[in-house]
Design a binder for this molecule. Structure first.
Ligand code: PHE
Length: 492
């Protein structure tokens, strides 16, 4: 109806000069007219120009006087012909009315405030203030002098009024055509798409506001760690080997074939393909020998080493598997990769998590270098200065050191990693010179992240029960970024 009014008027007239007047004359709500004008303008049926006007509106005080009369008139009317004492008059009118009423009535010379009596000086008065306020309320104009007075008495306040002047637009038409917003199956079947007029794309329309999003804590800590390693001179290279052979995951690391960690209770073995195709044969031979008979000053384990066991494929149980491959090629590395362990999940354990693996390979390295490196980058992890080291056992390192950090929430020391110096039984069969030492470590990415972010359940951080509040748009990032894996490689 409002739309018909606007388009109908423009058909016969050049312009709607003021949407406010236009609405008032037709008894249409101005907001409705404004909505229609904006929409018609969007479709370029009309051309609209903003009009801004300062308009006067009543303040709360102004509104009460417009209804009940000005305080000076209220006071005047409360005075009987014979006069009244101040106390009694005060009792008869509202306290706020009394004060302002007296001063205004005196100013107007309507009353005389004697010591004893308050009496009228005139017979009748007009409530000009009330009349003016009502005129403003009705949107009618009043003199500038009157505006000034009312403004001074804070009975009216300015308000910006927004409206439009409207002319015909480039797509002018007596009626808006309904345009199609969708091409449907039915349109295609009936063939009426040929006649349909489609709505144009609005390329400047703003998209849905994103509700917010942030990087997943694991990504942040991961990034921080990467920077630390890179600053220390390590280089990174891709690790995309979730599936690994037992040989590189265990045998090359001098881990005996009967070791409990090789049990399917601890390791996910693959059904298909169940075995690896190729291994470096002469190296395999040296590994077999060191397991069976030792060498390089070691007695070995003294058992019958089986190739079939080494061939078995598994999901890498630690990133040290990658280290063993890379060490074989000789280098200095770090990697952050996903690892898998067949274990019961609880608030501090996951069957699938991330390890930050690092190793340094050089002549004459000592345990002091290992602890030094760990201490070097740990404080950089911000806030995690409480670190402890504990002697431990790994088949492939001697000495071995477990790393603990203090979790303020748990009020407990939590293991965040394991480290050590690779045994000669592992290094020498690879062909590394005898005086070369390798310090290495494997840290959890999740545990330090829990400590840094005060998260007390590891399942909130990673895995299928991950807390949605941590993710929002980040789950996208984590899935894509984590599928690209990394290992550092640095030639010494
Ligand atoms: N592979 C060990 C683990 O999974 C960590 C480690 C890496 C220990 C390198 C010593 C040397 O816990």
């Amino acid at each position: 109806m409002a739309e018909d009014a606007v388009l109908g008027f423009l058909e016969k007239n050049e312009e709607i000069s003021d949407s406010g007047d236009f609405a008032a004359e037709r008894g249409i709500n101005h907001n409705d007219i404004v909505d229609i004008i904006k929409s018609l303008h969007g479709f370029r049926l009309v051309d609209a120009q903003d009009i801004k006007r300062e308009k006067w509106v009543l303040t709360d005080e102004g509104k009460t006087y417009a209804a009940a009369g000005s305080p000076e008139v209220q006071l005047f009317l409360a005075i009987p012909p014979e006069g009244i004492s101040r106390e009694e008059l005060q009792r008869k009118v509202d306290p706020s009315v009394y004060k302002i009423g007296c001063s205004q009535a005196m100013k107007n010379k309507w009353v005389e405030m004697g010591k004893q009596l308050v009496s009228k000086k005139v017979q009748n008065v007009d409530d000009k203030v009330k009349d003016l306020l009502i005129r403003i309320q009705d949107g009618k104009a009043i003199d500038q002098d009157d505006i000034d007075t009312l403004k001074k008495r804070k009975l009216i306040a300015p308000q910006i009024w927004k409206g439009y002047s409207v002319k015909k637009g480039p797509n002018d038409a007596p009626k808006r055509k309904k345009v199609a917003t969708d091409l449907t199956r039915e349109n295609l079947q009936r063939g009426d798409w040929k006649e349909l007029e489609f709505k144009e794309y609005n390329f400047s329309a703003k998209g849905q506001p994103t509700e917010g999003g942030h990087l997943h804590p694991l990504l942040k800590v991961r990034q921080q760690l990467k920077m630390i390693f890179l600053q220390m001179g390590f280089e990174e290279m891709p690790t995309d080997n979730f599936v690994e052979s037992s040989f590189w995951n265990f045998d090359a690391l001098f881990q005996p074939q009967q070791h409990p960690a090789r049990d399917s209770h601890d390791t996910f073995f693959l059904q298909a393909p169940s075995t690896t195709k190729t291994l470096p044969e002469d190296y395999v031979e040296r590994v077999k020998r060191v397991h069976e008979f030792g060498g390089y000053g070691s007695r070995g384990y003294g058992y019958d080493w089986k190739r079939e066991e080494a061939n078995k494929n598994l999901l890498q149980t630690h990133t040290t598997a990658v280290s063993s491959r890379m060490l074989y090629l000789l280098a200095q590395y770090f990697s952050i990769d996903r690892v898998f362990r067949n274990e019961a999940v609880d608030r501090t354990h996951l069957a699938e998590f991330h390890q930050i693996e690092g190793l340094v390979c050089d002549r004459g390295l000592t345990l002091g270098d290992l602890i030094g490196v760990l201490l070097y980058f740990h404080p950089l992890f911000s806030g995690m200065s409480k670190l402890r080291f504990k002697p431990a056992y790994n088949p492939y390192t001697e000495p071995s050191v477990e790393i603990f950090s203090y979790h303020e929430g748990f009020k407990k020391w939590v293991e965040i990693g394991n480290s050590g110096m690779f045994r000669p039984e592992m290094l020498l069969p690879m062909g590394l010179p005898e005086d070369v030492r390798v310090i290495a470590w494997g840290l959890s990415l999740e545990r330090p992240t829990m400590i840094l972010y005060g998260i007390d359940n590891i399942r909130d951080l990673f895995g299928h029960k991950v807390q949605l509040y941590l993710l929002s748009i980040c789950d996208l990032l984590i899935n894509t970024v984590f599928d690209v894996n990394w290992i550092a490689f640095f030639c010494h």
